[in-house]
Design a protein around this ligand. Structure first.
Ligand SMILES: Cc1ncc(COP(=O)(O)O)c(C=O)c1O
Length: 375
């Protein structure tokens, strides 16, 4: 991917929104069209087909005008009824958000929480399912952006399939960048958002549902109107959306998916794996500690780094932005002030990472951290 076009703009190393290539920004500036006209219908058909190649599904991928949280809300409200019991596997802030959404809509939530920085253990999920035979669904985050940890989704899915429950997956910061096989792994609802691995501005959420999830949808009675996925599926038959969509973002998505299809999912995954490794090696070489307790589960789209003793995260972030044009994210919720996060998904090159790591190496001593000499 061409990243040099971004060099005059900040090196945006947050885990979304990600930098958007200039040609995609230009595509976003397309004049408005009739969203019920033939050219836009052809675009909807094209992007929907291409998204299936990344989801690895035969199901429709529905495109909602919303951020990722809207997609999570749609996933819950379209498959469950008030009073349904759900297990939420939470390894961080976005797992907790899934629980909050389910709770808000009247589900009875059982939590399987982990220390932030850890991945979930499929055997714990098996145990929780055995202990709670009336659970209807399991909600899980694939890649926990708040901690930089990727859950072992395939084995978790295997356990949930064996127990024959619905598996609802927040793949907001994974899909498109980290391998996920919706049909092959037996995932029932998979949600992602345009501003993450897709190199597109925020504004669209993608949701796909399995046959099992569509069956659940028939009797699911949680309230829904704008995010009624059955309605979205009906309109997709005509290559339309029920409501006026975020047309500009669709134009960006069309070009982004064309570029991503040309690069190919496997090569995109490999690129992210290599970049993830490069970031981890780079921060460890500075004597810094990853939040991910087991590196096998360290995320290839976002790295959470413990802030060294005596350094203020806010001072470090400010210096990186003001003096080096590098923007990194802070910690969320209980990790606020304790970590900083380095996004590396979507449009990201080794050069971007090198520049950000160099900036970090220069900024850290200026905010009170001595880089160990052994590096
Ligand atoms: C794992 C995960 N889930 C959900 C969301 C929420 O998405 P949004 O901010 O687009 O609503 C995010 C965004 O950072 C995320 O990383």
């Amino acid at each position: 991917m061409e990243a040099s076009a971004m060099r005059s703009t900040p090196n945006l190393r947050i885990p979304g929104p990600t930098p958007v290539p200039q040609d995609i920004l230009d595509a976003v500036a397309h004049p408005m069209v009739d969203h019920r006209g033939r050219p836009f219908a052809a675009l909807i058909q094209r992007v929907t087909e291409r998204l299936k190649d990344f989801y690895l599904t035969k199901q429709d991928v529905l495109i909602l005008s919303a951020s990722g949280t809207g997609g999570m809300e749609a996933a819950v409200a379209n498959t469950l009824s008030p009073g349904d019991k759900v297990l939420v596997v939470s390894i961080g802030a976005f797992g907790d958000r899934f629980a909050a959404i389910a709770d808000t809509y009247g589900a009875e939530v059982t939590s399987l929480p982990y220390e932030w920085g850890q991945a979930a253990d499929p055997e714990d999920v098996r145990k929780a399912l055995a202990e709670n035979p009336d659970l209807k669904a399991v909600l899980v985050t694939h890649n926990e952006t708040s901690t930089g940890v990727t859950n072992p989704l395939e084995p978790i899915a295997k356990v949930v399939r064996e127990a024959d429950r619905l598996l609802v997956v927040d793949a907001v910061s994974s899909l498109g960048a980290i391998p996920l096989d919706m049909d092959g792994w037996g995932l029932d609802v998979v949600v992602t958002g345009s501003q993450k691995g897709w190199m597109v501005p925020p504004g669209l959420a993608f949701v796909a549902m399995s046959e099992r999830a569509w069956k659940a949808n028939e009797s699911a009675s949680m309230p829904r109107f704008y995010f009624d996925l059955a309605k979205a599926r009906d309109f997709l038959q005509k290559n339309q959306t029920p409501w006026t969509p975020a047309i500009s973002v669709f134009f960006g998505l069309d070009l982004a998916l064309e570029k991503m299809a040309a690069e190919g999912p496997e090569s995109i995954h490999t690129r992210h794996a290599n970049i993830g490794q490069m970031v981890r090696e780079g921060v460890k070489a500075l004597g810094l500690e990853l939040l991910a307790t087991d590196e096998r589960y360290a995320s290839n789209t976002v790295t959470a780094i413990r802030c060294p003793e005596g350094v203020e995260v806010s001072a470090l972030r400010k210096m990186l932005e003001d003096d080096y044009n590098v923007v990194v994210a802070g910690g969320q919720a209980r990790l606020s002030g304790k970590i900083f996060r380095f996004g590396h998904l979507g449009l990201v090159s080794e050069e971007d990472i090198r520049q950000a790591l160099d900036a970090l190496a220069q900024a850290l001593p200026r905010v009170g951290y001595t880089i160990p000499v052994s590096r």
